[in-house]
Design a binder for this molecule. Structure first.
Ligand SMILES: NC(=O)c1ccc[n+]([C@@H]2O[C@H](COP(=O)([O-])OP(=O)(O)OC[C@H]3O[C@@H](n4cnc5c(N)ncnc54)[C@H](OP(=O)(O)O)[C@@H]3O)[C@@H](O)[C@H]2O)c1
Length: 284
């Protein structure tokens, strides 16, 4: 039996695929854009068209599959959008789903991940929730525009600290869980990077690595929201969700450091400095 990877072309999904193939598992990659998936993964995997909001795609995606990596695409803001597929996993007797959740959602009911975890538990699909801290890839991805163009980090996180994790490390953790479904049945894992950094420290590391002076000016929510919606033209709902997340970050919800990555994989998580050095092109 194979393992279905939703969001396979995403920040985390692509590393889940890589690590499962390393472990000798059979993998089915899923997404709305099949051509994109074929381009990324070639013939090492099966490719299936899959859309969370199109039930017609579920049966084919779950054929000959007994484990699933489940992620919520950021553009699906309502937890209920994922419920039909979770029901479908139940009727296909999936023996483990690893859901990409978020650090702290066991105590925080606001992010959609909270309700999604609860729904998986309620319908009794065996689960191994993965609750990572903020991704290092947020800096090399969405926030790299201002770093490249203005030598500035435009994130409204105040002076708060964040225990950034590389999505490659999340991918390895998820693959570890899915590879041993009995061992990790009905568990939850909060994984983080090795240290908690504020954005002044992030700016310092990026400055050292790139040789440019990169600044963090502690922007307000208003400035961030207006620049991201009006200047960059990003989706308003997406920006509002991130405002809520950075509000929580200011309350200290993103700073915890755990050793669960080491417990799961026997490896040390990547530092932000290592990540930034390897991805320098994203910042210059
Ligand atoms: N960024 C962070 O710091 C952070 C921290 C903790 C948790 N998270 C959570 O991680 C998740 C995002 O993961 P990511 O960054 O790996 O994703 P991502 O890079 O944004 O990729 C989104 C993926 O979703 C797929 N997709 C989009 N619409 C779809 C649909 N209707 N049906 C099926 N697939 C669809 C896309 O593939 P196609 O284009 O092929 O459809 C793509 O592979 C979110 O739930 C977020 O809240 C993020």
């Amino acid at each position: 039996m194979k393992i279905l990877i939703t969001g396979a072309s995403g920040n985390v999904g692509r590393y889940v695929v890589k690590e499962l193939l390393n472990k000798g598992e059979g993998v089915v990659v899923a997404g709305t854009n099949v051509e994109k998936l074929k381009k990324i993964f070639g013939d090492k995997v099966d490719v299936v068209k899959f859309d969370f909001v199109d039930k017609e795609t579920f049966h084919k995606a779950l054929k000959d599959v007994d484990r699933v990596f489940l992620m919520r695409p950021p553009q699906l803001g309502k937890p209920e959008d994922l419920y039909p597929f979770i029901d479908s996993m139940k009727s296909h007797n999936i023996k483990l789903v690893s859901f990409l959740s978020l650090m702290g959602v066991e105590k925080n009911t606001i992010p959609p991940h909270h309700k999604i975890e609860k729904y998986i538990e309620k319908v009794q699909v065996p689960y191994a929730h993965i609750r990572p801290g903020f991704f290092m890839q947020n800096l090399s991805g969405i926030h790299s525009v201002e770093i490249k163009e203005k030598n500035e980090i435009l994130i409204p996180a105040g002076k708060s600290k964040t225990s950034f994790i590389d999505t490659a490390d999340i991918g390895l953790s998820v693959a570890t869980l899915l590879h041993e479904p009995e061992k990790y049945k009905n568990t939850a894992h909060t994984i983080t990077g090795p240290e908690s950094l504020d954005y002044y420290q992030i700016a310092e590391i990026l400055s050292e690595i790139t040789g440019k002076k990169i600044m963090y000016r502690k922007p307000s929510f208003l400035k961030y929201r207006s620049d991201y919606i009006k200047k960059r033209g990003l989706d308003k709902n997406y920006v509002n969700v991130t405002v809520a997340l950075y509000f929580m970050t200011r309350m200290g919800t993103a700073k915890m450091v755990t050793d669960e990555f080491y417990q799961l994989t026997g490896r040390k998580p990547r530092t932000f400095r290592e990540f930034a050095s390897e991805n320098i092109d994203c910042f210059v």
